[in-house]
Design a protein. Structure first.
Length: 177
């Protein structure tokens, strides 16, 4: 019998001071059986940083031809493609042909090694690559509950996250493009 995803419900109060974007969103996030809590929280942070109309989580790990998060226009054109992790550069090249804007958010302990091995390959693409520090994502993952009220305030290259279980700051670094 196949394992089923774990469902998380979030009420997110979002304040993005960089873009003057303020919203309250209710998110239902499915954690794939093979996905870590850290990866799921990196997806949620990428969502918050890029929040906009029509931005949605896709089937993620269950659908290899889809982004982890994307925004599509009403006529089906992909305006934003976001992958979380350390994707293959060929996958991202294909994404640049499908979407106007493509972003990658790397987050785990091997992220530096992945970037060192791939930065030359990404240099000739329009893919924007960011890195969350592994320690910040681990701290955030330790605050997770199945139902969460979450406040996210973004300023500069940092997000202050407050939840019932605690708070932390998640910064990110621009690696490429």
């Amino acid at each position: 019998m196949a394992l089923k995803p774990t469902i998380y419900k979030l009420n997110v109060t979002l304040s993005d001071l960089n873009r003057d974007y303020y919203d309250s969103v209710q998110l239902t996030v499915a954690q794939h059986p093979s996905e870590t809590v850290e990866r799921m929280m990196a997806r949620i942070m990428a969502y918050c940083i890029n929040a906009q109309e029509f931005l949605v989580f896709t089937k993620g790990l269950s659908a290899v031809e889809e982004a982890d998060i994307w925004a599509k226009t009403l006529d089906g054109q992909t305006t934003l493609w976001i992958d979380v992790g350390e994707p293959d550069v060929e996958r991202m090249r294909k994404a640049t042909r499908l979407a106007r804007e493509v972003k990658v958010y790397s987050f785990n302990s091997k992220s530096d090694v992945w970037w060192t091995q791939n930065k030359e390959k990404y240099a000739d693409t329009s893919v924007q690559v960011y890195q969350f520090p592994w320690e910040s994502i681990q701290t955030l993952a330790n605050l997770v509950a199945r139902t969460m009220d979450m406040s996210v305030t973004i300023t500069g290259d940092s997000a202050y996250v407050a939840m019932e279980a605690g708070e932390c700051e998640v910064e990110w670094v621009t690696l490429g493009c």
